[in-house]
Design a protein around this ligand. Structure first.
Ligand SMILES: [Zn+2]
Ligand SMILES: [Zn+2]
Length: 289
């Protein structure tokens, strides 16, 4: 049987066409979009149902417009290359059938590959069969999709500093519903609207607190180091993003900082940052695939 790639759409070039404002302000009129551009946007976000040997998948019509957190289905280890379960070494025969783990593509008996777990990153509609090594990883990711992704989509209020701005703007930052852009919106009299294409993010640094006095801020870069913002005493209070913009050389930088107000928006901002931190890890993983 062919590796579980059935029906995967042929990819377009990365980032083709779609305007990412990035550093620049949008001209008046672009904001509202107009009929034409929203139709184009809708077409780009269109999805189709694909049935492969692995299961039913809801994939983007155009691969280049898929989620930056997505993973490709792995090729399946061919049947003839695995006479035995790759976990418990049981020999396959008429009674002991072989099953492929949807996440790693390796070959197992039913006992070693019997767990069905959601695998949103590969666009599976239903939970799919996974091995003992992959199932816990997918469960943790399911937690990201169930909780943190929702936070990212609903957004939070930050003080936003662009590299050439003198004072921070108060802006709401959220992930677009297609997961491909960070959208920043000012309160009207400020800096208007900006977008950062997630696929163009080159570096994420968390700003944390909870460290000894005198050293209250530290930069934790991803993916190399183990961030204090996760688990330890420190928690994220800000984040610096470096990203490329189409047509511009070098990296653009912006910094999000949770405000000081006590009305709960700071708590929402720190939760958003923790979610974004997790998202950055998924992003790097998807790139490294
Ligand atoms: Zn087995
Ligand atoms: Zn596996």
């Amino acid at each position: 049987m062919l590796a579980g790639r059935g029906g995967a759409p042929v990819g377009l070039g990365p980032g083709s066409g779609r305007r990412a404002a990035g550093g620049g302000r949008r001209a008046a009129g672009e904001r509202s979009g107009g009929v034409m551009s929203s139709e184009v946007a809708a077409r780009r976000d269109a999805k189709k149902l694909v049935r492969s040997p692995s299961g039913l998948r809801m994939v983007p019509e155009h691969r280049a417009y898929g989620s930056p957190f997505g993973l490709e289905e792995p090729p399946w280890v061919p049947d003839k290359e695995c006479p035995r379960c790759m976990q418990c070494d049981t020999k396959f025969d008429f009674l002991t059938r072989k099953h492929h783990c949807r996440r790693c593509g390796k070959c197992f008996c039913d006992k070693c590959c019997g767990q069905k777990v959601a695998l949103r990153r590969m666009c599976f509609v239903d939970p799919v069969r996974q091995c003992a090594g992959c199932a816990p990883v997918s469960r943790r990711e399911a937690d990201f999709y169930d909780r943190q992704l929702k936070l990212l989509l609903s957004g939070a209020t930050f003080l936003v500093t662009f590299e050439n701005s003198e004072k921070p703007d108060t802006m709401v930052c959220r992930l677009s519903s297609n997961q491909r852009f960070l959208l920043l919106d000012g309160d009207g009299d400020g800096d208007g609207h900006r977008e950062v294409e997630v696929a163009r993010i080159a570096a994420v640094q968390m700003l944390t607190e909870g460290l000894p006095p005198g050293d209250t801020l530290s930069h934790t870069s991803l993916p190399a180091s183990r961030p204090a913002a996760e688990g330890g005493n420190a928690r994220a209070i800000g984040m610096t993003l470096q990203y490329t913009t189409p047509g511009a050389e070098g990296l653009t930088q912006l910094t999000l900082t949770a405000g000081e107000d006590a009305d709960g928006s700071r708590r929402q901002a720190t939760a958003w940052l923790a979610a974004m931190h997790k998202a950055a890890k998924l992003l790097y993983e998807s790139r490294d695939q």
